[in-house]
Design a protein around this ligand. Structure first.
Ligand code: OGA
Ligand code: MN
Length: 289
């Protein structure tokens, strides 16, 4: 085969009407020209979730690939970082907690967006699978702009002005919380960060319902119990299957989520005795409005 016929060209194909696109024909360990970079940036925003196939990354190459989309930001949980790479964390179901026990509960398995307890949460989250279970354990992403637009006007008007108070671990999650993270939250004594429940996409002007189920202590004017009930109902009403895409992992997949118009969650439908290991990094964002 000649070198020319081996060379692939960039292809971006939509996955579903409301969410997802699949990219082939690009190797992000190699230099990427300006047009390709722009096409990938547009594709993640327009499709909310972007799957780039057949990447062969070391953790450092994974971080460099993510930098095509902006400046990386550190994970607030420092216990699972790749050694020597403060911007890349390891998500693993085999990780031990502070007591030395293997966590039995699946992590990140409820709808959320990352680091909402920060004033400037990440624009994008990048996930790259290095070990995957035989089946299940996909990552789901839902287009919360489409979900918002499909709501009745009265519901939209009601939620438009709501504000969330965001902490590392909300009171509803205290019992199941990782003790290290909880200790850190108490030690820091950080006041909750207030964000809009419905945020505007700074590059598109669109609106999306945006929160972290386990980090929302309360919606302003509601108590924590009412808040969880309200958010649960809102999700039922809005985060419909037609707006969601579950990415069933193949090795070599890079998944990029535009956090400004999405919620996501990890699948818990797999054999927990099998190892599920992903690298994660994030690109810095601005204050939601
Ligand atoms: C996370 C997360 C998704 C996954 O770590 O915040 O959402 O599929 N992970 O593991
Ligand atoms: Mn997440």
């Amino acid at each position: 085969m000649s070198a020319l016929s081996e060379e692939q060209s960039l292809q971006i194909r939509p996955i579903k009407e409301h969410i997802g696109a699949e990219v082939t024909g690009v190797d992000l360990t190699q230099p990427v020209d300006k047009a390709t970079r722009q096409a990938l940036n547009d594709a993640v925003i327009d499709n909310v979730a972007l799957v780039i196939r057949d990447q062969h990354f070391t953790p450092a190459q994974f971080a460099v690939a993510a930098e095509l989309f902006g400046e990386l930001m550190p994970d607030q949980i420092k216990s699972n970082l790749v050694e020597g790479l403060p911007m890349v964390s390891i998500l693993s179901n085999f990780e031990k907690d502070s007591m030395g026990n293997q966590a039995k509960v699946p992590k990140n398995a409820t709808w959320h967006t990352d680091h909402t307890n920060k004033e400037r949460p990440p624009n994008y989250t990048f996930l790259y699978a290095v070990e995957i279970p035989e089946k299940g354990g996909g990552t789901s992403v839902v287009n919360m702009n489409a979900a918002y637009e499909a709501l009745p006007a009265a519901t939209r008007a009601k939620i438009d002005t709501m504000k969330t108070a965001n902490v590392k671990i909300s009171s509803s999650r205290l019992k199941s919380a990782n003790r290290d993270v909880l200790a850190e939250q108490i030690a820091l004594g950080e006041p909750p960060v207030i964000h809009p429940l419905v945020r505007t996409h700074p590059e598109r002007g669109t609106k999306a319902i945006w929160f972290h189920t386990g980090k929302t202590e309360n919606i302003e004017g509601m108590d924590p119990t009412e808040t969880q009930e309200f958010l649960g109902n809102l999700l039922k009403e809005s985060a419909k299957p037609e707006f969601a895409y579950t990415h069933e992992w193949k090795l070599g997949d890079l998944l990029i989520v535009d956090n400004r118009s999405a919620l996501h969650k990890a699948g818990s439908d797999y054999d927990m005795s099998q190892h599920r290991k992903l690298y994660r990094t994030m690109v810095r964002g601005d204050r939601p409005y």
